[in-house]
Write a protein that binds this ligand. Sequence first.
Ligand code: HXC
Length: 257
Amino acid sequence: MKHILLEIKGAVGTLTIDRQDALNALNFEVLKELSETLDSLDFNRVNCLIIRGAGTRAFVSGADIAEMKNFSVEEGHNFSVLGNNVFTKLDSLPIPTIAAVCGYALGGGCELSMACDIRLASESAVFSQPEMGLGIIPGFGGTQRLAVLVGVGRAKELLYTGRRISASEALNIGLVNAVYPTEIIFEEAEKMAQRIAKNSPTAMRAVKKAVNKTYFSDLHTNVEANLFASCFETEEQRAAMEAFIERTIAKKEKEKK
Ligand code: HXC
């Protein structure tokens, strides 16, 4: 695997997304590797899974804008379906999952954290669904999971404005379960995971199924994928994504001088 690392300590697995030069942004390759890693988990051995980003700057900065920029409607649809399938696979794992969010969890990064059962955040964590500013919408289940977690009104406000929220606001609205100083976030996630992993695998599988059946079994991700795709090949989407790429190029050139 080029971008995914899986480490197992006792009955706890830690899956790290490592694409630090793009702040762990999700492209096709990362999503495929993530999917394969989830398929490879041995549930006789692993009884709780932590998901984190490599480094401390970002959990995941979103889907890869450079890759999406020139997508056709069809490519947008395929990308959303791929990501939605991977996130549904994560959501449906028969073991508890914890997102250890340090730094940016934007767009697809926030959506990835929401496909986990529990979200722990560092004080430096920043959450947002900024897709509106890119002329698109969330496409990895965010339009639905966010509403389940924080309520429809708050979710719509966050989706319409794309505004960034701090870890403490995320805690206040119920998007995250707890906030820790950055230096100990991964340690705390490990502690919680080790504690959870001691429980009966059968009972945990049952409780997760019982909760998910009510709240997460009827996600209309195909509706979202179609709507996500419909935003591509538009002037707004092309211009907004181009502007992001130009900004990062200009920033790099300025830094070189
Ligand atoms: C591609 C990204 C990226 C992304 C960061 N990078 N986020 N590349 N896709 N989502 C890259 C930058 O281009 C840059 O590469 C490097 O990572 C460091 O980023 P900087 O911008 O230089 O860092 P900083 O100034 O600290 O700003 C960090 C940031 C910013 C606030 C996270 O990068 C940012 O706003 N990124 C985009 C966040 C976003 O809009 N995410 C949502 C995407 S849409 P170089 O090569 O220049 O060093 C989405 C849809 C999901 O997620 C659904 C899909 C179906």
